[in-house]
Design a protein around this ligand. Structure first.
Ligand SMILES: [Zn+2]
Length: 316
């Protein structure tokens, strides 16, 4: 009995040894196949480290898809002419040169609504976002800008002034001037239909020089009630006109001449505006949860070359 037990023990030990040997040889080929992983396998410490790195990387990759913050340059254009070249006019060729530069640098155009959705946690932004804004709704934008947006696969934001677009000068059938006219309701609607133009608010009638008020700003000595009544009336007038004629509801207010006041800002918020844009130069830092108050913009004068403009402002 003792002998039998002893030989059983020998057999068992032998079997275990064979199993271990088998297991070892089974592992070897796979290790040898992955040459690069040899260090990883031979040094446990290393393999753990590499594993951690992999985890970190995958976290970073997710960050790249939806980072918490972005730098957002916003460029402010106005009139686009065949031969521009002043503080508020740029030539169509120079505009194309800007678009080419922006494209080559790998930037992606975004609209105000996309930025709003991102800050509210309801949407994402592309890498290297940039916003192209065109103030005052010039008819020449309709003629020169939209084809370039198509060509470069870009989007822009156009700020409309109600009293300009709804003036007698822009009624259907009337010959419009490339220098002075503004987009009429049909052109605004067509611009929106292109899917490349987002329409925003630049006041109905607060965009004129020589008046007692500077833009939408409250006057000295003016009562809050009077001011509020004026601003609400003017703002809703353009909202209604845009909605009725172009099926557009603006979400951002572009201050005429960049002039603003705290009272007005609060009233615009009450009216449902989710962003305001000024004319001060600077880079915007966009994060989830922030208020899009008085965003900075770089005024693109037509007097500089494309390279000089971007270099001067140290952007892109
Ligand atoms: Zn303007």
């Amino acid at each position: 009995m003792k002998k039998l037990f002893c030989s059983l023990k020998i057999v068992l030990t032998f079997l275990i040894l064979i199993q271990i040997l088998f297991a070892l040889t089974a592992c070897l080929p796979s290790e040898n196949l992955k040459d690069g992983n040899e260090i990883q396998i031979s040094e446990n410490q290393n393999s753990l480290h590499i594993g951690d790195e992999k985890q970190e990387k995958s976290e970073n990759e997710t960050d790249n898809l939806s980072p918490e913050e972005y730098d957002l340059p916003i460029i402010m254009y106005h009139s686009v002419l065949q031969k521009g070249g002043t503080a508020y006019t740029i030539s169509a060729d120079m505009l194309e040169s800007d678009f080419k530069y922006i494209k080559e640098k790998g930037y992606n155009t975004v609209t105000v609504n996309e930025v709003i959705a991102f800050t509210e946690g309801k949407g994402t932004l592309p890498d290297k976002p940039i916003m192209l804004t065109f103030d005052d709704g010039y008819y020449n934008n309709f003629v020169y800008v939209i084809p370039l947006l198509e060509k470069y696969d870009f989007k822009c934001v156009t700020a409309i002034v109600g009293s300009f677009s709804n003036s007698k000068d822009n009624i259907e059938g009337k010959k419009q001037s490339l220098s002075y006219s503004h987009m009429n309701k049909y052109q605004i609607k067509e611009a929106v239909k292109s899917g490349r133009v987002e329409i925003q608010h630049h006041s109905y009638s607060l965009h004129s020089y020589g008046k007692a008020r500077k833009g939408m700003r409250i006057n000295k000595g003016e009562s809050y009630e009077d001011y509020k009544e004026m601003l609400v009336k003017d703002t809703l007038k353009l909202n209604e006109w845009l909605f009725e004629n172009c099926e557009v509801t603006p979400t951002a207010y572009f201050y005429p001449f960049g002039a603003w006041c705290k009272e007005g800002y609060e009233i615009l918020k009450e009216l449902g505006f989710k962003a305001t844009l000024g004319v001060e130069a600077g880079l915007n830092r966009i994060k989830v949860g922030i208020e899009l108050k008085n965003l900075y913009r770089y005024n693109r004068t037509g007097t500089l070359t494309t390279n000089r403009f971007f270099e001067k402002n140290n952007i892109l």
